[in-house]
Design a protein around this ligand. Sequence first.
Ligand SMILES: Nc1ncnc2c1ncn2[C@@H]1O[C@H](COP(=O)(O)OP(=O)(O)OP(=O)(O)O)[C@@H](O)[C@H]1O
Ligand code: SF4
Ligand SMILES: [Mg+2]
Length: 350
Amino acid sequence: MSAGSARPAAPAPEVVLAADGLTKHFPVRARGRALLSRTRPSLRAVDDVSLTLRRGQVTALVGESGSGKSTVARLLAQLHQQTAGSIRLHGEPVSARGGRRFRAYSRRVQLIFQDPFASLNPVHTVRYHLTRALKIHGRAGESRKDLEDALADLLTRVRLTPPERYLDKFPHELSGGQRQRVAIARALGADPEVLLADEPVSMLDVSIRLGVLNLLRDLKERLHLAILYITHDIASARYFADDTVVMYAGQVVEGGDSETVTQRPAHPYTQLLIDSAPDPDRLAGADSGTREAGTGEPPSLITPPPGCRFHPRCPHAMARCRTEAPPPLAIGDSPGHFAACWLYDEARQP
Ligand SMILES: Nc1ncnc2c1ncn2[C@@H]1O[C@H](COP(=O)(O)OP(=O)(O)OP(=O)(O)O)[C@@H](O)[C@H]1O
Ligand code: SF4
Ligand SMILES: [Mg+2]
């Protein structure tokens, strides 16, 4: 899964997309004393994030608002240029800014957004959106019949059947869940290997969230997609994701298989996240809001706390936590489980 972790003994599925030390700093305007400084201030949205997406597996990326989840997705989609670190697709370094190389990359790595209404053009029909995706990615076939078959296939894959009922509808004529299914069908039009789903159910009515998540799970199994599932809600990660990675203030603080991370969270921040989730089996409420974990505010990302960024909020903070940043440390209760927390340093001593 991620930095500093060993994999289980059973062969893990093939790594499709891997980020190593991914970092994104956004320049910000200097104010106050910073005006006198020679170095330009920046907002450290993502700092040294490593994660892997595997064929036929869902990896959840969990964290509170502003922790850097969407920035990671946009970096992986090559919509942002990273400040440092690397991204590899099947082991090949990715650098796909602009033009033909970007199109070739986005054919393989597709991003689904939170708000399907905003991502679909209101003046165009479902047929238009899907045809455009198929044509851009060279999958519209040779004849009109090829195109109609491909359109029907896409809608059937996302369970919008019979397809002819939906093809000529405009976005406003569909429910929120149906719109998100169209957005997923459009992504599938590229025949991708990776889906980056940025809070795909958070804007949907509670009653239809489970259906869309089940659809994504079904696609993962049938099409062997590698899926990044971004969410605020750690309870839905347990239900839906094979692996879970937890972010805090731009950094990964814990990772491992979802059952372990949600049932035996090691990092104090993950523990707070779980404690603040009202009901662990409450999938219906997935992404229902921006609940903040525990007490305290997320830190400034322009001048983040030194040492462990969580130390101002951590009930277990020690002296070294204020000065030294903890590396990912293996927990030892389950292969691949790690936490970036000094509490687990003892376990590494002989
Ligand atoms: N283009 C940008 N320019 C400057 N700052 C940005 C930009 N995009 C994101 N940020 C900042 O980076 C930090 C991380 O934002 P990001 O959107 O990745 O968080 P998130 O975890 O997805 O939050 P949410 O759960 O609210 O969607 C935030 O402080 C945000 O304001
Ligand atoms: S390193 Fe220290 S401050 Fe950070 S989470 Fe662990 S105990 Fe808390
Ligand atoms: Mg976001």
